[in-house]
Structure formats: C-alpha cells, structure tokens
Design a protein around this ligand. Structure first.
Ligand code: NDP
Length: 488
C-alpha cells in the first residue's frame, strides 16, 4: 500500500450536502480503518457562518451518517475545522491562507494541501485564482492538489473553458476530476477481468462479440433535484460522464502498465474512436429520448416528470436516453454498442452485458442454446460478474440450458469494500490519479455527446413518453433490432 503523507484537506462548499453525506463519512471510514496519515486535518470552507464546534456537530457529532461510539466520533471530529468566507468565494483569501498556514504548522501537515471544490462549478475558476494569488498552488515546499466535482462543463465549449480556466492556475497533474463511478470496485474490476486473465481478452473483439449493452436504470424519479435535472437531463447527467467512462474501460486497448497515464492514454484513445453521430438520419434512428409520465405504482399515483417540483411544465429534458453507436477501430468495427440510462424504471440496476456471438456451427439442433453466451458485469446493486453459458440438461439426448458462473463481491465475507468516495479520496491523498478523469478524456466525451444534444434541441427530435415502472418508451425496442432483452 503506498504511503499517505501528512496533509491538510480544505473543502470548499463545506456547508453543503455532499460534505455531510459523502465526504466526511468517507474520511471517517478512512480514519476508522487507519488509512489517514499521522498528521491530518480538514478545514471546511464556505460562505455560511459556523464555528469549528458547529461544523463538527453538523457533519460528525450529530450526523446520521456516522454510527460509532460518541467518544470515537469525537476523537475524529477533533480533526475538523471551519473557516467562513464572509459571504463570498471571490474575495481575498488572505485570512483563509493565515488559517491554513496556522493549521499546517500546528498539525505538521508538511505543506501538503488538497483543495476539494464541492461548490457549484461556476466558482471553480475563481477559487483556483484566489488560491493562486496566495501562492497556494506553489509546490516548492509541499504538493498542492485540486479535486474538482462534476459536472465538468455543460457542453464541449464549456468543458474546454473550465479546463482552460483551471489550467491558468494549476497544472493538469495537480487536478483530480472526480467521477464517483470510477471509485466502484466492479468498475475497476473491468480492468482486472480483461487484463489479469487470459481467457477473456482473446475473445474481446468483433470476431467473438456480437453487441454490447450498458444499462443504468434508476427506479426513482428526479425527487428534490428537479431544478438541477431539468437543466441537465439524462445524457449530460449520466451518459457523458459515468457511462462513457464505462465504455472507455470496455473499449480500450491493453495499457503498457497500470501506470495512471498509461491507462488514461488508452481511455482517451478509446473515446476518440467512438464514431461521431452527426448525420441527422443516424441521430433520428439511433438515439431515443423519453420522459416519464404520471402513472400508478403499487396503487399510488406518481408524478410525471413535467409535474415534478422545479421542472418546467413544458420541459423537453430527457429522463430516458438510449444511444446506439459504433467504435471505429480494428477491434470493434461493426459491433453495436447500446447505452441506456433512465429514471422511473422497474428496478435500480447498472450493468454491462457483453453478448457473444453464436457458435459458427450449431450441432445441437433441438436445443434452446440459441441463447448466446453473455458476460454480465454488475456495477450495482449486488456488485459482481456473471458468465452465462450452455450446459447439458441431464438425461437422454443433448438438451442444452443456460448455466451461470458467478462471482459476487458480497461473497468475499468480511473484507470491507471501500465506498467510492473513500477509495477516491485516499487515491488523491496518495497522488494516484488513475481513477480520475483527465481534461482530454472529458473533452473527448463531450465531443461525442455534443452532436446528440444539439440534435435533440431541434424541433424534429421527438420526446417519447413512458409510464413509470416500465423499461422506457416502446419505440426504444426498435433500437436493438430483435435482440432486445433488457434484463434476462
Ligand atoms: P450543495 O448545494 O448542497 O452545496 C454546495 C455548497 O456550495 C453550499 O453549501 C454553498 O455553501 C456553496 N455555494 C456557493 N455558492 C453557491 C450558489 N450560488 N448556490 C449554491 N451553493 C453555493 O451541493 P452539494 O454539496 O450537493 O454538491 C456540491 C458540488 O458537488 C456541486 O457542484 C454538485 O454539482 C457536485 N456534485 C454533488 C453530488 C451529490 O451527490 N450531492 C454528486 C456529484 C456532484 P455556502 O452558501 O455556505 O457558501
């Protein structure tokens, strides 16, 4: 395990939901599991006024997310401090710097600082600028890192502007763009499944794979996030970021080593090889968007998307997005990829399904083995991996049924699976950027997504309704040309 050096973590936007719900609980777990360095403190920063004591109460002592003895939580909470910014982020950080330097000296953080930007993205550049004005990007005495929360832009242009803005003050090697999907064990396990085994990689190409499906289904609606979601939509919120990161891991070529830059170089090449969808005919045929309608679920009426709080009653924002596309390279030529993400589905599941081709010559004529081999990588829930293959049914003749070989992380017994934020925070604390998105990867993902978003702006592009609790608009069944099977 790499060493975690002494350091100070500064969280901007520390009065927010993410800090209380994810960041502090992740730090607490790292503390409990003895992963924090000997000298480590957290400084929460935001506009709201709070004392250290009030901050500790809010995110630790009275938190519903931490559940150990009071004394244990109290010992952890002594690592937490708070500084308010007098109502503005775009002000001089002189006082803030004094506080940082003071904590650095008292708690021996060795001038190693992480700045976690958990504010709206519109503030990222201003924060980076003000940190720089105080010399807080300078690495001569200790390293300085910037963790940036998503969304990384709203389009290719805004993503580029954001990257350029951050690069004015911090080097790319100092910037960690967090995508919590990459912190999930099963997502990382895609790399291990592919590159630590000899049985899968020889089959991982157009000769043996028929098509690939990636599904992200949520059973809930937009809940309290209507205002945010209506400006974003499924394609921006899930597809451009998390799902294209999954695509990159499936599509990429073997990296030379597990070095972060080697892996990220291959992911970038994978994203660049996605066939751009610019032809309106292709966009009309191969992309589908939908919105959930008001429906009855278990005898109760649930709101349609346009009735949700803070959603425009005439909104055309998609809560369902399905895209079929191809990858233009030697390995994947002509293999269709079907990627879907949606809300108000019958169940909550994220999985990748690799559908292998049928055997070239079928000798068991009367069997039902035309159900092809599938490798299912389950991201959530029940993280694991499942191989479906034909087995002989006992008895006369050669009746073939589908059998399963499976592995579930839950079967590992007591071994603790780190939560995504835990793993990602620890990686950033150790300077490992493997699971963070690089600027060029983010831009490549936007370059592919932008034409779809632009097409969807046109009045020609339809928005299909679907009832809550079904697998999306009926029209979507046509996208998967006869092989449509979401989940069996
Ligand atoms: P919140 O809105 O709960 O908190 C953001 C904090 O930023 C607030 O506490 C607020 O603190 C500060 N802030 C400064 N200016 C503004 C402003 N104009 N409007 C709103 N808040 C402002 O957000 P979250 O904590 O949930 O998320 C933080 C960031 O992380 C966001 O950018 C979000 O997009 C991203 N994110 C969040 C996820 C989540 O699960 N919550 C998941 C993925 C990304 P104060 O007023 O005290 O300065």
């Amino acid at each position: 395990m790499p060493k975690t050096e002494n350091q100070l973590l500064v969280i901007f936007g520390a009065s927010g939901d993410l800090t209380a719900r994810k960041l502090v609980p992740a730090l607490y777990k790292l503390y409990k599991d003895d992963h924090l360095p000997e000298h480590f403190v957290v400084l929460g920063v935001a506009r709201s006024f709070m004392t250290d004591e009030q901050f500790r109460n809010r995110v630790a002592l009275e938190s519903k997310y931490l559940d150990d003895s009071e004394a244990f939580i109290e010992a952890f909470s002594e690592k937490l401090f708070y500084e308010d910014l007098h109502k503005k982020y775009d002000v001089s950080y002189r006082e803030l710097n004094e506080r940082i330097q003071n904590l650095n000296t008292v708690y021996q953080c060795n001038n190693n600082f992480i700045f976690y930007l958990s504010t709206p993205p519109s503030l990222f550049e201003a924060i980076a600028k003000n940190l720089t004005a105080e010399g807080l990007n300078d690495e001569r005495l200790g390293w300085k890192r910037l963790i940036v929360e998503k969304p990384f832009g709203y389009s290719l242009d805004t993503a580029k502007a954001l990257n350029e803005g951050l690069h004015r003050y911090f080097k790319e090697s100092q910037i960690y763009r967090i995508d919590h999907y990459l912190g999930k064990e099963t997502v990382q396990n895609i790399l291990v499944t592919r590159f630590a085994n000899s049985v899968f990689e020889p089959l991982w190409n157009r000769d043996y794979i028929d098509h690939i499906e990636i599904t992200n289904a949520e059973s809930g609606g937009v809940e309290s996030r209507g205002g945010y979601y209506d400006k974003s939509g499924a394609l921006r919120d899930m597809f451009q970021s998390h799902l294209l990161q999954l695509v990159a891991l499936i599509v990429m070529e073997p990296p030379l080593s597990a070095d972060p830059e080697e892996i990220r170089n291959e992911k970038l090449k994978a994203l660049k090889s996605l066939r751009m969808m610019t032809d309106p005919e292709v966009l009309e045929r191969d992309t589908i968007r939908g919105q959930y309608l008001s429906s009855m679920i278990d005898g109760e009426r649930v709101n349609g998307y346009r009735e949700e709080e803070d959603v425009d009653p005439d909104s055309i924002t998609e809560t369902y997005a399905a895209v079929k596309f191809f990858v233009d390279n030697w390995r994947w030529a002509d293999v269709p990829f079907y990627v879907r993400t949606a809300k108000r589905m019958p169940t909550k599941v994220t999985e990748v399904v690799i559908h292998f081709k049928s055997p070239h010559h079928q000798i068991f004529k009367n069997s039902n083995i035309n159900k092809d081999n599938k490798l299912i990588i389950r991201i959530q829930p029940d993280e694991g991996i499942l191989l479906k293959f034909g087995v002989k049914v006992p008895g006369q003749g050669f009746k073939v049924e589908r059998g399963n070989l499976d592995f579930y992380y839950s079967g590992l017994g007591d071994s603790h699976i780190m939560e995504a934020y835990e793993r990602l925070l620890l990686d950033a604390m150790q300077g490992d950027a493997t699971l963070y998105a690089r600027a060029d990867e983010v831009e490549a993902a936007w370059r592919f997504t932008d034409p779809i978003l632009n097409y969807w702006k046109s009045p020609k592009a339809k928005v299909y309704g679907y009832s809550a609790g079904v697998w999306g608009p009926e029209h979507a069944n046509e996208l998967i040309e006869g092989t449509h099977e979401w989940r069996n």
